[in-house]
Every structure is written in C-alpha cells, then in structure tokens.
Design a protein around this ligand. Structure first.
Ligand SMILES: Cc1cc2nc3c(=O)[nH]c(=O)nc-3n(C[C@H](O)[C@H](O)[C@H](O)COP(=O)(O)OP(=O)(O)OC[C@H]3O[C@@H](n4cnc5c(N)ncnc54)[C@H](O)[C@@H]3O)c2cc1C
Length: 452
C-alpha cells in the first residue's frame, strides 16, 4: 500500500477530504454496529473524479468503499483498514425527464427523482417506503417496494447505467451493451463498479391514493389475505405491518388503491377479508402525499447521522408458509413494552416472474414474502444488541433451511459466511463472480463482509 498522498496531481471537480471531522463523519452507518475511520473521503464532482480515484486506488492497492446516505446497517459503507470512501451524495443531480424515463446521478435521492418525475405527471414504477436514500444505494441491493409484486424490483426498471470500473474507465451499460457489467452492478452490492449516473423507467402517475388500514388477529390470517389480494390484483399495494403501539403486538394490513376520477369503493376493496374490516381506517390523499408519507422520518434523530440507537435490522425472503412463522417468532422474542413507534415488522408479497434481473438472488418460488424487522436498540444495551444479532442469525438459518435461495438478504445485519453467500446466489453466482474478476480483478471494491 502506498504512503503517497492521494490524487495530488489530479484537478478534481469535487473534493478529497482528510480532516478528522470529515473522516469521523463516515466511519459508520445507520446500524452503528461496525466502524472504521478511512484515510480519505472523496466527494466527487464528476464521474471523472471517481475514475481518478479508482485508478490511483488500483495502482496503490487501496481498498475503496462506496457510500450513499449510509442508511444500510451492517458495514456495507464502512471502509476497510487503510481504505478510502467515495461519498456519492455529492453527485446528486436529477437530469432530463423524458416521456418514459429520467436520468439521475446515482447519489440523487429517490425523493429528488420522484419530485422531478411528478412534475411531468410520471413516477418510477417501484419505490421504497422511505425516499431519502440514494438511487445507487438501493440499486446496489435491489430495491423492493410496495408495487414490486406488479413491477419487480427497482433494478428491474433500470434502462442504462454509467459505471466507473476499477481500472478507472467510465462505461455505459444496459441490457444490450456490456450486459455482464449491467447485470453485475445492479444488485452487486457496490462490489463490481461505481454507478455514477442511471436512467430509470417512468410510468404515468395516478392522481390519488386511498389507503385502508385493517386490524388482524394474527400474522397467518394477514399474510393469507395479502397474498389473495395480490393474486386477484384487486388493489395496488398490500403491506402487512406488525407494531406494538399499546405495549402489545398487533397486526395491521394496509391496502392501497391508486386512482383518478371516481374514488374506489372501500367495501369492494376489503370484501371477504378475514381482518376486522369494520374497524378499517380510511386515508384518502393525493398521490404525492401518499409517496412522501414517511418523509418526516428524515428529521428524526433515530435516522440522523449520529443516532441514539443501534439498528440491527433484519430481513429476508420467505415462502408464504414460512413468513407468518418468522413473524410469530419475532413477536415472541421482542419485548413489546420496549417498542417505539419505529420498531416495526413489515411484510409484503412478491411475484417472482416480475423480476428478471439475475441479482439480487430471489427464491425459486412463484410467490414469496419479504419480511423485515426494523428493531432499534439503545447503544448502551450491548447485551440486547448481541441477542438481536443472534436472533437474526437464527431467523436466517431457518429461512435458508427451507432451501430458499435468496434468504441471505444483503441489507440485513447478519454475518454470512462465504459459503452462505454462494448458496444465496446459487445459479447467479458464476456470472457475478466472472464479472468481479473481469471488472475488479484486484478486488479494490472490497467490503468488511467478504463475499469474493
Ligand atoms: C427507514 C428506511 C426504510 C427503508 N425501506 C426500504 C424499502 O422499502 N425497500 C428497500 O428495498 N429498502 C429499504 N430500505 C433499505 C435501503 O434500501 C438500503 O439500506 C439502501 O442501501 C439505502 O440506500 P443508501 O443510499 O443509504 O445506501 P448506502 O447505505 O449508502 O449503501 C448501500 C450499499 O450500496 C453501495 N452503493 C451506494 N452507492 C453506490 C453506487 N453509486 N454505486 C455502487 N454501489 C453503491 C454501498 O457500497 C453499499 O454496499 C430502507 C432503509 C431505511 C433507513
């Protein structure tokens, strides 16, 4: 490894920061479980800056970690010892919005993309619940949203990517141009190249959204109704939420129908369901208000750069039979008396044939559920953090024992072994591995969690 100062002879459009405050600012992520102070942080002003960094890092064998808003929770954006961080949030412009597409920098947030698209009556087909995270950050794992059962993952709705590879080349790739790079960068966990600019598909945006929140007695009944509604294509989204607002766990299904013109009939939306439909809460808003329903979260200390909580979050893909059992297990081990309004378990169905990208690896089932646990723990409570991490591992092993490829969720706080990663990728592994060897042969884009 070289001890020469980095990027001395390069005229940058952005900045290379080495002061203590800047380095400390990027030493950990939202999870707060792993940390490492990098030797430098690049805040690029252009793809050329990223290319210069990659060239020097490759020449000097310095590991590079890519960072968006660092809302991942298990060291995915944390530098390796002696490594540098590229903070992509400085490349955050939304460029042209066309009739069916938008081009944005990879460090732009989904909020910025959505606002630009809505101004043209358009919207990305799939959005995460929370929008103040970067386009590059979600595409690097997959991006699952309420409408994924209809439109696939966010990675299924990408038309073209500008990527900087480890040799410092700025490339453009798409399903027809360098498809091996395209399919390894999408869902590639920041291990194959740095996305600098992305062209995303857009569809016409509806005007309004009607939400029905229906209480359920248990997760099995809720999951069964979620699946039924999605299979019947009766509504547009079917999310299950388990929370403990009054000190005990309770299930609630939120179904949403988008509309223009006449308001959909709530009775028809929940006809024949097993939940307490007579207690359904109805919220009818314009579509933008619906999309930004969690917008206020950005201001909360628990999601800020220095949080009072560790976030050992866990998620997986589970079969329809396994999903309610995982939820039952979670509510049996998590103390509802400790739950705040942000400690949620969420679940929604996904239809496998709507996702066509090789990564992320998804279960080989027609329908399955995403199950995620957003449990926060006081930093001081080291025992509870350890307990939650052990439970995460047990839950992962339970899902993997169901022979579910795709159960090693890249955004979960679980320490997967290399063998478990390979089992997770299954048939996608050879092409992913080949792309890593071709585009980053020295392993410059490395991670605290070893995959290659
Ligand atoms: C409140 C909340 C709600 C969420 N809801 C959802 C949801 O509904 N659906 C969902 O899918 N996810 C959800 N997530 C998870 C989220 O998608 C991931 O944590 C995502 O990684 C966050 O984006 P980020 O910009 O913070 O990425 P970071 O945490 O900064 O980075 C994540 C990974 O992406 C890589 N990366 C970042 N930028 C690039 C780039 N330009 N090129 C290549 N690699 C890059 C990093 O190296 C790292 O491996 C949620 C997270 C939070 C905090």
């Amino acid at each position: 490894m070289s001890s020469q100062p980095l990027l001395q002879s390069v005229r940058l459009d952005g900045k290379l920061l080495t002061d203590v405050e800047s380095l400390q600012r990027v030493k950990t992520d939202l999870g707060g479980l792993l940390s490492e102070v990098p030797v430098a942080v690049l805040r690029p002003g252009s793809a050329a800056d990223v290319a210069a960094m990659m060239r020097e890092a490759a020449a000097a064998q310095i590991p590079v970690t890519i960072r968006g808003t660092a809302r991942s929770v298990y060291g995915q954006t944390v530098a390796l010892p002696g490594g540098v961080v590229i903070d992509m949030t400085s490349l955050n412009s939304v460029h042209a919005v066309g009739q069916d597409r938008v081009t944005a920098d990879a460090g732009a947030t989904w909020s910025a993309v959505v606002k630009a698209a809505l101004a043209h009556g358009l919207v990305p087909p799939v959005l995460t619940d929370y929008l103040d995270i970067t386009v590059g950050g979600t595409l690097s794992w997959g991006g699952l949203g309420l409408t994924s059962w209809r439109y696939g993952l966010q990675v299924d709705n990408v038309l073209e990517i500008e990527v900087v590879t480890a040799d410092g080349t700025i490339r453009r790739c798409s399903p027809d141009c360098e498809p091996d790079l395209f399919h390894a960068v999408l869902g590639g966990m920041g291990l194959v190249g740095v996305m600098t600019r992305v062209t995303l598909r857009l569809i016409p945006a509806p005007g309004r959204a009607i939400r029905l929140q229906i209480p359920y007695g248990d997760a099995a009944a809720m999951n069964a109704d979620q699946l039924r509604l999605a299979q019947e294509e009766r509504v547009d989204t079917v999310q299950g939420i388990v929370a403990a607002p009054e000190g005990r766990w309770a299930c609630m299904m939120e179904i949403v129908q988008f509309y223009d013109g006449e308001r959909p009939d709530p009775a028809r939306m929940c006809e024949g369901l097993n939940g307490a439909v007579e207690q359904a809460r109805i919220i009818d808003t314009d579509f933008e208000t619906f999309l930004f329903r969690y917008g206020g979260l950005s201001a909360l200390p628990c999601l800020g750069p220095v949080t009072p909580h560790a976030h050992p979050w866990w998620s997986t893909m589970a079969s329809p039979e396994l999903a309610p059992r995982l939820i039952d297990r979670l509510v049996s081990v998590l103390d509802p008396a400790k739950a705040t309004q942000f400690d949620l378990i969420i679940t929604y169905p996904m239809r496998a044939d709507r996702s066509r990208t090789p990564l992320p690896s998804l279960p080989d089932l027609d329908w399955f559920f995403a199950v995620a646990n957003f449990w926060c723990v006081d930093y001081e409570d080291r025992q509870e953090i350890a307990d939650v991490l052990s439970e995460n591992r047990r839950l992962f092993e339970r899902a993997a024992a169901d022979h579910l490829q795709g159960s090693a969720d890249p955004i979960a706080a679980v320490d997967y072994s290399r063998i478990e990663w390979m089992a997770h990728f299954a048939k996608a592994w050879p092409a992913f591995h080949a792309a890593k060897r071709k585009f980053d042969p020295q392993g410059i884009l490395d991670k605290t969690r070893k995959i290659f």
